[in-house]
Design a protein around this ligand. Structure first.
Ligand code: FAD
Ligand code: MLT
Ligand code: ZN
Length: 513
């Protein structure tokens, strides 16, 4: 890792001295609050319980025999954190959480739940943002937190085989010892699991470089509704034999099976990483700089992200971060990763000069050492946390044509004037807008002014109502805004085939047929 002082023609040096992202996020995730502020999902959304069995004392006894007693959690206080989502916007009423250690134990649990018609909710790090990771009623929570073994890392091919409960950041650290990295990175890295990442097909800030997680997964092991173990594990990259069943499980949000093991292709760790941070007057200037970045940085660009000033202000006010440059309406991060520090820095220097000379960027700074890079990334990666501290977040995660992306934020500011604060940020390089609206607390009238309007707008723009977070509980009824009815119908048939009793994560992802 190159760690020399900044050698770029920038207007201002970074003066940040903040905690590294990882440390910061671990603090956030270790301080869960009580559930009292959020309403039960079933009440707030008026959901009717499905025709499932209820967990009895006999069932608890069976689970205790299957697992060690301490891996069957029934204590109401302990269960609170697993019944409520990270955003503190939905809450279930589960009476039991199970902590299996391996595929066989998950299979035995599912065999029993299938026989007794007990609904289940698979849970990884519980960092999901669409209400998919927590029960709605009394589903049995199957937590993967003890399934955290790395079985092997092949340093020649880069193939890693591990259990699904491994935490993303831990995997990245272990791979780093072999000069490898995970193909994805996101703000929840200190808590989210690779199984949760696959189940939501999570994207994050490395998507621009390494593409969809779907392309990096070589194989999975998953337990189906009746306890059958579906084994598609392989370490080969090329395999065209029959249907690619693992792709059905990826992004299925726990509705088709519980993923237990993963074979993943991991990239070589870049030898040098640099980060440029700019201030700009308009969103149009950001898109022009993005065009310039793609042209002049070419293969070394690894991330292009943006935030508006309202986000910056919340990160400063709620979390105490400082803006390394002056105040501008928009900010942009351009990261480069490569194998030759001198080559990358020369290219980045030319790019930064062009941005400043053309006045697309009004101010900027470049970080080349890890501490400063981490500190600048924190400004972007902790927006979700800052907004959560501010109040109730109505969170939208949509794909739109890149040059039109910010228009929706402006439309919503007009539409919601005086009712809530509207924020825009996201993965600019991927055409993925994070539109967030915040009020002091949940308000049904405000909600009905936002939805379905946001989804209808997105659909008219031929975008996607879920770019990366999935549909979960909150968005399942809007799938039709992004998928043709013929596709939804085949999904419903697949769901019936995989899970005829509908016990796997009910009330989520696709509307029942
Ligand atoms: P959970 O939240 O526990 O579960 C998510 C879904 O997957 C649920 O439906 C659950 O039932 C299912 N599931 C979990 N594990 C399994 C399993 N082993 N088998 C079957 N189903 C399972 N997402 C992005 O895409 N990009 C981002 O940049 C991003 N940034 C985030 C930043 C913050 C601060 C936070 C809080 C969240 C962010 N997310 C992001 C959302 C979230 O982190 C991801 O969706 C993540 O992949 C979820 O992993 P998890 O282990 O926490 O899964
Ligand atoms: C992000 O990119 O910051 C995450 O997807 C979380 C969010 O949307 O707030
Ligand atoms: Zn995101």
């Amino acid at each position: 890792m190159h760690s020399s002082a900044v050698a770029m023609p920038v207007k201002r040096m970074i003066q940040l001295n903040k905690l590294f992202r990882g440390q910061f996020l671990r603090c956030i995730f270790s301080s869960r609050l009580s559930r009292s502020q959020s309403n039960l999902t079933a009440d707030r959304y008026n959901v009717k319980r499905g025709p499932y069995g209820s967990v009895s004392q006999d069932d608890i006894g069976v689970f205790r025999n299957m697992l060690e007693p301490h891996r069957v959690v029934t204590d109401a206080t302990e269960l609170e954190a697993y019944n409520e989502d990270w955003l503190r916007t939905v809450a279930g009423q589960s009476k039991v959480m199970l902590k299996p250690r391996n595929t066989d134990e998950v299979s035995t649990i599912m065999q029993h739940c299938y026989k007794k018609n007990l609904a289940v909710c698979p849970q990884g790090g519980n960092t999901g943002l669409v209400g998919g990771s927590v029960p709605v009623f009394d589903e049995v929570i199957i937590s993967t937190q003890l399934m955290n073994k790395i079985f092997s890392v092949d340093t020649l091919s880069g193939v890693m085989i591990c259990q699904s409960g491994c935490i993303l950041e831990n995997l990245n650290k272990s791979l780093s010892e072999h000069n490898l990295i995970m193909p994805l990175d996101l703000g929840a890295k200190g808590s989210c699991t690779i199984g949760g990442n696959l189940s939501t097909n999570a994207a994050g800030i490395r998507f621009l470089r390494y593409g969809s997680l779907r392309g990096s997964v070589l194989g999975i092991k998953a337990v189906l509704a009746d306890g059958t173990v579906l084994d598609t594990m392989t370490s080969v990259r090329k395999d065209n034999t029959g249907y690619d069943l693992k792709q059905l499980l990826i992004g299925s949000e726990g509705t088709l099976g519980v993923i237990t093991e993963i074979s993943l292709l991991t990239p070589i760790k870049p030898a040098c990483v640099n980060l440029a941070f700019f201030g700009a007057d308009s969103f149009e200037d950001l898109t022009s700089m993005m065009k310039l970045a793609r042209r002049s940085l070419g293969e070394i660009v690894s991330a292009i992200e943006f935030l508006d000033h309202d986000c910056m202000q919340e990160v400063q006010t709620q979390l105490g971060y400082s803006n390394p440059i002056s105040r501008y309406p928009f900010y942009m991060l351009v990261e480069t990763s490569g194998s030759n520090a001198q080559h990358d820095e020369e290219k980045l220097t030319v790019f930064v000069e062009k941005c400043l000379e053309s006045a697309l960027a009004k101010d900027g700074t470049v970080a080349t050492d890890l501490g400063k890079i981490e500190a600048i990334w924190s400004l972007r990666e902790t927006i979700a946390e800052a907004l959560k501290k501010r109040g109730y977040t109505y969170k939208y995660d949509i794909s739109l044509p890149t040059n039109e992306m910010y228009k929706l934020v402006e439309i919503m500011r007009d539409r919601m004037e005086g009712l809530c604060t509207v924020y825009g940020y996201g993965h600019l390089g991927d055409g993925n807008l994070h539109l967030n609206l915040v009020t002091d607390e949940y308000d049904q009238e405000i909600m009905s002014k936002i939805e379905p309007f946001v989804y209808e707008y997105t659909s008219e723009m031929k975008g996607s109502v879920s770019a990366e977070h999935g549909l979960g509980f909150k968005k399942k009824d809007f799938i039709g805004m992004s998928k043709h009815s013929s596709a939804v119908s085949v999904m419903q048939q697949l769901k019936n085939l995989f899970d005829p009793k509908g016990i796997l994560n009910p009330y989520k992802t696709i509307p029942s047929s």
